[in-house]
Design a protein around this ligand. Sequence first.
Ligand code: 13P
Ligand code: SF4
Length: 330
Amino acid sequence: MVALCSRRNVGFMRSLKRLFVMDLSKEQRNTVERIRRLKKEKNAVILVHNYQKPEIYEIADFIGDSLGLCNAAKKTSADLIVFCGVMFMAESAAILNPTKKVIIPSPDAGCAMADMVNVYKFNEFKKGHPDAAVVAYINSSAEIKALADACCTSSNAAKIVKSLPQKKIIFVPDKNLALYVASQVPEKEIIPWQGYCPVHNFVNKEYLDEVKKEHPNAKVIAHPESKPEILACADHVSSTNNMIDCAKKDPAKEFFVLTECGMIERLNKEVAGKKFYGVCNMCFDMKKNTLELVLRSLETEKTVVKVDKKVADKARKAFEKMFELTGGYL
Ligand code: 13P
Ligand code: SF4
């Protein structure tokens, strides 16, 4: 496996290599065993986002993208949901399945993009566009979702926007995903909030052009949080989970992967016989969950995700709209 990192982040290439050589230490294996035992005792389910550390995959009941995780959280019959991802994802699980206790091992795992919008400023922005519907990308706080007509994820954003009756759509918070949606649904007027994901937004196009020369046959798979100039070079634009399907179905043997670096580990695990080159940055919030924190959170059940009931009820309506427009839960 070769990992290429965009220039501004060459500093973590070394740590990335460490991350990819996945042999659990004796101590880690012991922690994994204790987690598994406790999980059974407490009838807990562990939901894991694709960007989590590979040792976290070892304890997962489900690994997926935001949409898959919503479905898994909604459907579970477990009493306790341990959510290994960032806060907006764990909040979404709590909103979708309010009778369950949701815990997040590292409660300070936030999302830089979700933090780029606050309720006061967003309400002011909304007032300027009274005839527009609001679509909130799942990468937003519960409070922002509560102000939306529908939620969306990276895998269904264009479909949601297309299906809403309004011609004008405020899309919050990701300007890059908003521009991508606008290119897919030209009949709508998209009014973007100017947020972005630093992990995706700062991938360098010149660097991609340079490394592409080294692997001329490699196809490019990019996440739609990437800038338009990056998406213009992509053979596939997809959510993290759909990247796995793209890589399996495409006859190409090599791929450049433009999303958070953890996805390379996941692709290597899921797609045999192909090479993946990460042109990527790392989301340090996604890496905050550790095996030790998972164990502690299961033992103590203290890091509970709480969403105000009124906010949760409104945000759930926006989620329900998303599922209604996409044919229901998976
Ligand atoms: P996915 O829903 O595609 O996994 O994306 C989540 C995310 O945070 C991307 O940065
Ligand atoms: Fe947020 Fe970007 Fe990290 Fe995803 S990768 S959680 S959008 S900061």
